[in-house]
Design a protein around this ligand. Structure first.
Ligand SMILES: [Fe+2]
Ligand SMILES: [Fe+2]
Length: 426
């Protein structure tokens, strides 16, 4: 498209028959699915004015110019493929209030938030599955479906982040891509809240988390969670998924930062990542944040050919890798502070010999979470299980001694410690 066809005009000059290519606000700050649209009738002009648009860029090769060529605008040619301007569903105010001012969110109890979070999880996973199908068939990303998920997830995390954090960890027995994306998305948004990342960047980061494995849709499905080591050829294919993702997302109208984060989510600080082998500051800080969360989720979830590990061991390995200069130490420390040494749903041994599961972690008392004890010290099943807040003095006094790896040989007998969703809300 030649720039000589482009003209910046005030909203007062906008009329039916023009073709808009750009607004004076970022995509995330506007209520529209796309900024590139034909103006088909006066309601389109009204929608733009109501959204707070002051100036816009029109393309003279695809629509009319400012000077009215005739009195009857209804007869003007409008490209046949042009879709009407559809407001993007969003809870964010569109004018008069900067996007960083989110309405305050009231805290909620874990039990109450769990119901909301479970519903949100099915919406996120369904959206990711729809997205995968669309990308497989070469269709562009439907932002109208994805963007509101970021806001709803941030709201849930702000009300009580333990609900989504528990659901993320509960699904670690599955190897579906949608589970991995759900986990990565929730974790990175929670980390972004903790680190006070500005709203606009946080939302672009959230979109990147939803899209970061787009390239996997073009790879053989048996490579996800493969139980034996990849062959050289298979590893080569897996390493291509960021480039493939970039290619298929090129057809979509995405924020620039989102594209960059998707492209860089396997780059490592020491230059040993892929596809470009970028180092240190060459990698955007938000890409580094997504990488840390993505690797944690992959290690817990067994997305590749690496055997899955417990959340505690995944955090331990990330910590060691940060010391070796592979990941940013501050981001790893933030993740540990967010999840605790024993993330929700982790099976643990108490110093009394009892076996329990972490139900709720609190950042201010990381070693004293709420736990549910399923086995007494002599190994017998407690029915019903006992829920205890380790912050309170109990008889006998209890402390966490260590995490239990339920997949390790000999630990099959403690199967009650694989917490289910019903256990969480019981
Ligand atoms: Fe990836
Ligand atoms: Fe990933």
């Amino acid at each position: 498209m030649s720039s000589t066809h482009l003209k910046v005009i005030p909203i007062s000059d906008l009329r039916v028959g023009m073709f808009v290519t750009k607004l004076d606000m970022s995509w995330l700050d506007s209520p529209f699915l796309s900024h590139s649209r034909a103006i088909k009738d006066t309601s389109d002009i009204r929608a733009l004015r109501d959204a707070g648009v002051k100036t816009l860029t029109i393309d003279l090769s695809r629509g009319v110019d400012v000077a009215p060529p005739s009195e009857d605008t209804s007869a003007m040619a409008v490209p046949a493929t042009a879709a009407p301007i559809t407001p993007r569903p969003s809870r964010r105010p569109t004018s008069g209030q900067p996007p960083s001012l989110r309405p305050p969110v009231e805290p909620a109890s874990l039990d109450r938030e769990l119901r909301v979070a479970a519903h949100l999880r099915s919406k996120i996973k369904k959206a990711v599955e729809n997205l995968s199908r669309a990308l497989e068939s070469g269709s562009p990303v439907d932002m109208g479906e994805l963007a509101p998920l970021v806001d709803s997830t941030l709201d849930s995390l702000e009300r009580n982040d333990q609900a989504l954090m528990s659901l993320v960890h509960l699904s670690r027995k599955t190897q579906r891509l949608s589970d991995h994306v759900f986990g990565t998305f929730c974790l990175v948004l929670n980390l972004a809240l903790l680190r006070k990342i500005p709203t606009a960047e946080r939302e672009q980061l959230g979109l990147a988390a939803l899209l970061h494995e787009a390239g996997w849709t073009q790879l053989p499905l048996n490579l996800i969670g493969k139980r034996s080591r990849y062959t050289e050829a298979e590893r080569g294919l897996v390493h291509k998924h960021t480039l493939i993702g970039n290619q298929i997302l090129a057809h979509s109208d995405l924020p620039e930062l989102t594209r960059r984060i998707v492209a860089e989510h396997h780059e490592l600080l020491d230059g040993s990542g892929y596809p470009a082998g970028l180092r240190g500051e060459q990698i955007h800080p938000l890409s580094q944040l997504l990488t840390v969360v993505d690797v944690y989720e992959e290690r817990v979830h067994q997305l590749t050919d690496e055997p899955g590990v417990t959340p505690t061991n995944a955090l331990r390995s990330l910590y060691r890798d940060a010391e070796r200069g592979i990941f940013p130490a501050d981001a790893v420390a933030a993740l540990i502070s967010l999840l605790g040494i024993y993330p929700p749903t982790t099976a643990v041994m108490l110093d009394t010999g009892e076996r329990a599961v972490i139900k709720e972690h609190r950042a201010d008392t990381p070693l004293q979470p709420r736990v549910v004890i399923y086995y007494s010290a002599d190994g017998s099943v407690l029915e019903p299980p006992i829920e205890i807040d380790l912050r309170q003095v109990t008889t006998p006094p209890r402390m966490i001694e260590s995490a239990i790896d339920l997949t390790a040989p000999g630990n099959e007998q403690w199967r009650r410690l694989w917490m289910s969703e019903e256990d969480l809300s019981a």
